[in-house]
Design a protein around this ligand. Structure first.
Ligand code: PMP
Length: 405
């Protein structure tokens, strides 16, 4: 019983701080995205905070591939990859992903989280004496993977090349090193200086591990991510991505040399000891990757929609972090007001934007993370901006642009 009291008091504290998470229960309908029925509101809502950045989760090619594979193969993979769970669909998807990133091989995991946790953790723990140099704002999945590895960890200031270099220089030259960072950071939408980090890695003999979860499908001529856009894919040791965001399905992966993938495949418990993704998921993800390799249309319209939302927010002076990506963090700076705005948008305007509070972001930087997609219309944008303006006035929030850190 005393445990129940403990659980309740911890949850009460979260509620008092305005940091208790409530889920909006959505009922999605085929082809209706960004509209969905919301059980916590009245009628249909327009979703403005999804990571299905391009609406590929509803793309006819993806759905057709999943239906076809479901009818052909059944529901589940039936085992771990090692014990009966490797199907032709998994192998084809891995080949598709290796090609996407110009690497010899790719290795699938059940999510992006698992891929970071397992791959980074395995490299860090299995390479003798390896030190991981981790960007201060790396995602929880990388942090947990490094922690689990028990390898030496050095945290460098976010996107700070001088700090990274100082920390590299302080380590023995012959010690194995792995620099772990992201291309697009999910909450601020800022981007890493990938080329300069690769230069430092070369200079100090380090491997590089780049999380492109918020960039794959979205950047580069074939959707290979920011590294593809910048012509840097071959300079990265490992590129990690997800199939659950721009590709609209679920799953995670690394792309790297054949030997490195084989190494992770052979030693990573998060790969070895878990049931493989359903083959229908692999087939749907492969269709999505294939489509976005061949078509730039979604990426072009996406960027235009992002620019339109930004311009309209600027026009009314709503503070949002200026960044070169598709993520628009509108800064509220107060957890209670952030939740109030989110609740009111849902209840009175049929607009769903989840509030982003601590611990996802530091206290005092609470925000609405807006993610426009190619399937939002000009009317959707106008409605969003009008509603936000009214709530900004109601909450007496400041209006000024906030520069990226
Ligand atoms: N890396 C980053 C930077 C992320 O933001 C996320 C998910 N939010 C992940 C990895 C995990 O990806 P997935 O959702 O596929 O587990």
């Amino acid at each position: 019983m005393k445990y129940q009291d403990y659980f309740r008091s911890r949850l009460d504290t979260l509620r008092d701080e305005g940091n208790y998470r409530e889920f909006a229960e959505l009922e999605r309908h085929r082809g209706a995205y960004p509209r969905a029925k919301c059980h916590s509101g009245e009628g249909d809502v327009t979703i403005w905070c999804s990571n299905d950045y391009l609406g590929m989760g509803q793309h006819p090619d993806v759905l057709a591939a999943m239906h076809e594979a479901l009818d052909r193969t059944g529901a589940g993979a039936g085992g771990t990859r090692n014990i009966s769970g490797t199907t032709h669909d998994h192998v084809l998807l891995e080949a598709e992903l290796a090609d996407l990133h110009g690497k010899e091989a790719a290795l699938l995991f059940t999510s992006g989280y698992v891929s970071n946790w397992a791959a980074l953790g395995t490299l860090a723990s299995e390479i003798p004496d390896c030190v991981v140099l981790s960007d201060a704002l790396n995602h929880a999945s990388m942090i947990e993977g490094i922690r689990h590895s028990r390898a030496q960890k050095v945290i460098w200031k976010h996107n700070d090349l001088e700090d990274l270099e100082a920390k590299l220089a302080a380590l023995p030259l012959e010690q194995p090193k792995l620099i772990a960072f992201e291309s697009v950071y999910s909450m601020d939408g800022d981007v890493a200086p990938i080329e300069a980090i690769c230069d430092l890695a070369d200079r100090y003999g380090a491997m590089t591990y780049l999380d492109e979860v918020h960039a794959v499908g979205l950047y580069g001529p074939r959707g290979g991510g920011l590294a593809e856009q910048l012509g840097l894919m071959d300079r990265l040791t490992v590129i990690e991505g997800t199939l659950g965001k721009a590709f609209g399905v679920v799953g995670g992966y690394i792309a790297a040399s054949a030997e490195l993938c084989d190494f992770v495949r052979s030693f990573a418990s998060g790969f070895i000891f878990t049931t493989a993704l359903p083959p229908a998921v692999a087939a749907g993800a492969a269709a999505s990757v294939r489509h976005l390799k061949a078509s730039c249309e979604e990426r072009t319209v996406h960027q235009a929609r992002v620019a339109e939302v930004r311009a309209q927010l600027d026009a009314i002076g709503l503070p949002h972090i200026e960044n070169p990506s598709h993520i628009i963090p509108v800064m509220v700076g107060d957890p209670v007001k952030c939740k109030f705005i989110s609740d009111t948008l849902l209840r009175d305007h049929g607009i769903y934007i989840q509030p982003i509070n601590y611990p996802t972001v530091p206290k005092g930087t609470e925000r609405l993370r807006i993610t426009p997609s190619p399937v939002h219309t000009a009317q959707d944008v106008a409605k969003l901006v009008t509603a936000l303006e009214a709530l900004w006035t109601q909450c007496q929030l400041a209006r000024q642009p906030i520069a990226a850190q």
